[in-house]
Design a protein around this ligand. Sequence first.
Ligand code: NAD
Ligand code: UDP
Ligand code: UDP
Length: 309
Amino acid sequence: MKILVTGGAGFIGSHLIDRLMEKGHDILCLDNFYTGNKNNVLKWVGNPHFELIRHDITEPIRLEVDQIYHLACPASPIHYQHNPVKTIKTNVLGTLNMLGLAKRVSARILLASTSEVYGDPDIHPQHEEYNGNVNCTGLRACYDEGKRVAETLAFEYHREHQTDIRVARIFNTYGPRMSENDGRVVSNLIVQALQNKFLTIYGDGTQTRSFCYISDMAEGLIKLMNGNYIGPINLGNPDEYTILELATIIHKMTKSNAQLIYKELPKDDPKKRQPDITKAKFHLDWQPQFSLERGLELTIQHFQDQLFE
Ligand code: NAD
Ligand code: UDP
Ligand code: UDP
């Protein structure tokens, strides 16, 4: 099959491409390199089954493909808040263009949505029927509301034009190839621990997140794309940790001498997050296989190589 991966030079996209290439597909990797990096897909450059396209999805593009994994969008709060209007354009105009493309060529399109559609949730864990608690004028809204509109667009293309959609609500995912200045908690804490710098804890560190290792996520996305259930469906690891627990585990695993430093909690930072993955287990026969310790071991090794070699 000919498969387009938007945001393919990013963290999740590049891991997905590795798997799709290994399965023998023809891959078009489209990226504007805002947060992505050519190095992430360098090993495929020159392969006749791989094509790298520099393009910004807020502009239309005509391609002929069978499937589209639509991942293009910065995912880390520091990056998506750097130019919030651009984040909205990427989610709204970019997703519109990708749906227009899917419609024109009758391709199946999978939208990478997010747990952020639940905002700062007042139910726990979060299941797909929960409509969320998003502050539409807050600092995270460009991303949260952008993704909510992207989901709406996907479902309207499905209802109005019978576009073949899949919608994944991805929860916090981590692993090798996150960039060291990505700004998300796992990469920040590992890099700080390895460099014996202060481990930055925002707020009192009692807020929780549930961390999914990248291999599990890539597998889940491929299962969703190739199954019959259109979603929206939660993909994530239900094991929940406070940020302080995460810092303690990373501190111990890296044998670091770093101290903790407490910083102000960003506004609208969700207090709790844990996916209910009943639907993913039932419809996709999928659940994460990697424990946090195993995933962190591989991620720490990656940053060690990146920082010290
Ligand atoms: P990432 O920042 O590593 O990758 C995003 C990629 O999209 C980058 O390569 C970037 O250059 C590209 N991009 C951004 N704007 C673009 C545009 N306008 N045109 C073309 N390319 C553009 O992030 P990631 O962690 O790999 O996330 C991938 C997708 O998964 C995103 O849609 C994100 O919202 C979603 N997601 C990720 C997580 C997570 O924890 N990693 C959680 C929920 C949802
Ligand atoms: N589009 C695109 N590539 C295509 C087909 C459409 O980028 O192969 C864009 C198109 O330019 C438009 C959007 O997708 O901005 C929505 O397309 P659709 O055909 O659904 O709507 P229309 O063009 O009729 O407004
Ligand atoms: N966080 C932290 N220290 C950091 C980076 C993040 O304590 O160096 C916190 C952040 O406030 C949030 C959690 O860790 O409560 C997860 O943050 P991240 O940016 O990774 O993802 P998101 O908030 O989008 O889930």
